[in-house]
Design a protein around this ligand. Structure first.
Ligand SMILES: [Zn+2]
Length: 116
C-alpha cells in the first residue's frame, strides 16, 4: 500500500498551488482548516486522475476552507486506492461520501470492495 503521507498544510490559493504542486501528476488532496489548538481538520478528500494542480485550483473559489495537503500518485489507480484508504482511515465518520471510481474503469475499493 502506498504511503498516505501528505505534504502541507498550505494555503489554498493559486499562487501557493503553483509553487507547491509543480508537477503535472495524478494525486490526492485534503482540504480543511486548523482548529484553535492548531490541529489540521479536513472537510474534503479527493483525488485527481491526471492533474492535481488544476484540480486543486478548481476548489479555490468553491470552499471557504483555507488549507490543503497533497501527495502525488504514480497513476490514477493508485490515487483511487489512496483516496479509499484516506476515507476508511480518517473520513468515514465525517459524513464524507465513499470515493467513486472513474466511470471507464472496473476498479473496486481495496478496503471494502465498494464500487459505483
Ligand atoms: Zn471502501
Amino acid at each position: 500500500m502506498a504511503s498516505l503521507k501528505m505534504e502541507g498544510p498550505f494555503r489554498l490559493n493559486a499562487e501557493t498551488i503553483d509553487e507547491k504542486v509543480n508537477r503535472i501528476s495524478p494525486g490526492n488532496y485534503v482540504i480543511g482548516r486548523r482548529n484553535e489548538s492548531g490541529t489540521f481538520l479536513f472537510k474534503r478528500i479527493g483525488r485527481a486522475n491526471s492533474d492535481l494542480n488544476s484540480k486543486l485550483k478548481s476548489w479555490v473559489s468553491k470552499t471557504t476552507k483555507p488549507l490543503f495537503k497533497f501527495r502525488y500518485s504514480s497513476s490514477a489507480r493508485e490515487a483511487f486506492a489512496v483516496e479509499c484508504a484516506i476515507y476508511h482511515d480518517f473520513a468515514k465518520d465525517e459524513r464524507v461520501e465513499h470515493p467513486k471510481r472513474p466511470d471507464s474503469t472496473n476498479w473496486r475499493c481495496p478496503r471494502c470492495g465498494f464500487y459505483k
